[in-house]
Design a protein around this ligand. Structure first.
Ligand code: ADP
Ligand code: MG
Length: 717
């Protein structure tokens, strides 16, 4: 069965060579119960390890069923061990955190049994070693004798022809030792059993052959009971470990030792949290960057605003508004788009204030009172951060503003403190006043040309109610060639409108009649038109609409929807001019580099912590290998353990993010986390997955640096 011919094994240790066994010649066969004795250091363990394929030999040849093994590599020995060898050790080599049942199940799963196939056999073995009561007890809680009986049951669970026991009773008291040996002898008939012991008397009654060793050599080899060289009973078992079994063990190991699980989970949560906040931070920077900048044409620069018009430049209809209302993520549809972009500059002797003009609100002023007259205004202003200093100073003061009548004044009667303001100030005016501002705004945004007999002429245009619809009051300056103008043409044109009117000259204004006819003081080169003319031609139809989105993060979806409906879109966020773009670019690159550094540092910290935590697993994987598991099996089990924790951590993190986004947990990360979408979550997952993979590879290398038995020996010291 197994034959050794001049086999020698040397140990190389820090430049020193020790001989383990020297020129051993022996043959071992099925049916024998061989007892090896000899003093400490005589080479007994070395011999057993060589026979077990747990260690290599340097000289000579070992034959397995007649086949040479000197050319065997690691995998060949893994195969050999799996098919032929079961080991029992002095210090049991059981997985302390597994139950009795799980310890025996382990060897069966490694050797290709399914959980279901294994069960009846495990129960039978447990009853044979009289441990049925302790079936579900963790092995770490058992006595030495009980542990060794578990080890025997485990050795028998895998149906190998050879059982090798190295001082199986060394750690047991006399009674326990006897019981263990009896069990071993009874259950291991028709196998080759090799037992090393210090105490020959204990084994004497079972032995068929006694070998005494001294100084690495066989001193005496004595047959006590003659046996027939038996045949291996049945076919050799050599099934590959199943994927499901690896999964089962990986998951079992994840939760097996609770403190270890919690520590690892903490490390993974930390990795996820760090990467998630880092990526969310980068995303937020990019997003915020898109929200700053200036645009001199727009007064309301809210980045959740989208200005739209119809592609054919035709006016909006009720149909259009209905379509717009049916869209998602819309907070407001501003049909009178120009109301968003009214502006006024207020100035007095001491103060200058520029602000967005809006229709009066219901807010009660913090200082002063609400608007009662058309020349009164309420302003919203930052309490501290404003250009006035003490806002109280401007209360009840008159301000001039850029209106055609330079005498017109607005009086601040109320002040509202508003620290959320994006503007210097908001100027609230009465409904009638808004009308004035709108007219002014629209007139200012429309090119107006006067022509007399086809020749352009110039006049400041103002709009008042006194003038009839088809008429104009012209200034006397226009008449300077003594040729009185009877009619004059007015062309109004902007993006949407292009119209020409022939207007009848009703009056020629001079210093004497101006105030009476218009209500305003006389000014050179000023002509007056009907307010209704502007209203009817430029304001009746709405060519432009502003849409405000509820959730700015999803604004691009809304823009897409609008485009699909056939509108031209002008998102404010895309119309802002950012002068610091290059700086931001550099800043972003620095951020990215920082993130990579953080990732690398994190990888090493995590690796070190995980290595520390998993160090206790080194023993576990050594046991798996001794039981016939391959390196590959161990790596798979380790990976599954880490991936299980990774997924649990990921689910927890997703849960936390969900709660933060929905306001169940109140932390400042909310806004940046909201920006993350599926793509980023996948990226985060892949990053951590890759880190885990690298960690498992590195750790795998660390576990398998040495052969199984060397690793095992080191652990013992
Ligand atoms: P036994 O089991 O009979 O006590 P061993 O086989 O353990 O003997 O040891 C045989 C010899 O090999 C001893 O001299 C021992 O010091 C040496 N030896 C055993 N294991 C190692 C090792 N890992 N490194 C170096 N020398 C070793
Ligand atoms: Mg020994």
């Amino acid at each position: 069965m197994i034959k050794l011919k001049d086999v020698s094994k040397y140990y190389y240790n820090k430049g020193l060579i020790t001989s383990g066994i020297t020129k051993i010649n022996a043959e071992f066969n099925i049916g024998e119960f061989i007892v090896i004795t000899g003093e400490s250091g005589s080479g007994k363990s070395t011999l057993l390890n060589v026979i077990s394929g747990l260690d290599t030999y340097e000289d000579g040849e070992m034959y397995i069923e007649g086949k040479e093994t000197s050319h065997y590599g690691e995998e060949d020995f893994e195969n050999y061990r799996q098919k032929y060898i079961s080991n029992i050790f002095q210090n049991f080599n059981l997985v302390g955190s597994y139950t009795v049942y799980q310890n025996i199940e382990l060897v069966m799963l490694i050797n290709g049994y399914t959980k279901k196939e294994a069960k009846p056999k495990i129960l039978k073995l447990i009853s044979e070693v009289e441990l049925t009561r302790y079936k579900n007890t963790k092995v770490s809680k058992l006595s030495g004798g009980q542990k060794q009986r578990v080890a025997i049951a485990r050795a028998l669970a895998k149906n190998t022809p050879i059982i090798i026991a190295d001082e199986p009773t060394g750690n047991l008291d006399k009674r326990a030792a006897e019981s263990v040996l009896k069990t071993l002898a009874e259950t291991a008939k028709d196998k080759l059993v090799i037992v090393v012991t210090h105490n020959y008397e204990q084994v004497e009654k079972y032995a068929t052959r006694k070998i005494t060793m001294f100084d690495g050599k066989i001193l005496e080899d004595k047959v006590i009971v003659k046996t027939e060289a038996g045949k291996i009973d049945g076919a050799l078992e050599s099934k590959k470990m199943r994927g499901l079994s690896k999964l089962r063990l990986g998951v079992r190991n994840t939760f097996n030792i609770v403190p270890k699980f919690l520590l690892l989970l903490t490390v993974f949560l930390f990795m996820f949290a760090a990467i998630t906040t880092e990526i969310a931070g980068l995303k937020e920077n990019k997003y915020e960057e898109g929200r700053v900048g200036y645009n001199s044409y727009l007064e309301n620069k809210d980045t959740n605003r989208i200005i739209i018009n119809k592609s054919d430049k035709s006016p909006f209809t009720d149909d259009d508004y209905q379509k717009l209302e049916s869209l998602n993520n819309i907070s407001k549809i501003q049909k009178e788009d120009y109301l968003e972009d009214l502006n006024a500059n207020l100035y007095s002797e001491y103060y200058y204030l520029s602000g967005r003009v809006i229709k009066r609100t219901d807010t009660t002023p913090d200082l002063g009172r609400t608007i009662e007259n058309d020349n009164e205004i309420v302003i919203q202003i930052h309490k501290e951060n404003n250009t006035i200093g003490d806002p109280e100073k401007i209360l009840n003061k008159d301000f001039m503003y850029d209106y055609r009548d330079s005498d017109a004044k607005l009086k601040i009667v109320g002040i509202i403190y508003n620290d959320d303001l994006d503007y210097e100030a908001i100027i609230e005016v009465s409904e009638n006043m808004i009308d004035e501002f709108v007219l002014d705004y629209i007139a200012n945004h429309t090119s107006q040309t006067l022509t007399v007999n086809g020749t352009d002429t110039y006049c400041n245009l103002a709009y008042i109610d006194n003038v009839a619809d088809g008429s104009i009051y012209i200034n006397e300056n226009l008449n300077n060639n003594n040729y009185p103008i009877k009619t004059i043409s007015l062309s109004l044109s902007n993006t949407y409108v292009n119209k020409t009117f022939d207007l009848k000259v009703d009056h020629v204004l001079n210093k004497n009649n101006a105030k009476k006819l218009t209500g305003y003081a006389y000014e050179d080169y000023t002509c007056y038109l009907s307010k209704n003319l502007i209203r009817n031609t430029l304001m009746n139809d709405k060519y432009q609409t502003s849409i405000f989105v509820k959730d700015e993060v999803k604004i691009d979806d809304t823009i897409k929807d609008l485009k699909n409906l056939g509108y031209s879109t002008y998102a404010v966020k895309d119309m802002l001019i950012n002068e610091s773009a290059t700086m931001t670019y550099i800043y972003n690159i620095i951020n990215l580099v920082l993130m990579i550094i953080i990732l690398v540092v994190m990888f090493f910290i995590s690796y070190l912590i995980i290595k520390l935590i998993l160090k206790s697993r080194k023993n576990y994987y050594t046991i798996v290998r001794i039981l016939g598991g391959s390196k590959k099996n161990c790596k798979s089990i380790l990976k599954i353990e880490l991936y299980t924790i990774l997924n649990i951590a990921f689910i927890i993190i997703i849960g936390l993010i969900y709660m933060i986004i929905n306001g169940m947990i109140d932390i400042s990360l909310k806004n940046s986390l909201k920006l993350l979408n599926l793509r980023e979550y996948v990226l985060i997952y892949i990053l951590i997955f890759a880190l885990t993979y690298l960690i498992s590879v590195r750790f795998g290398r660390f576990i398998f640096k040495e052969s199984a038995i060397k690793t095992y020996n080191e652990e013992e010291e």
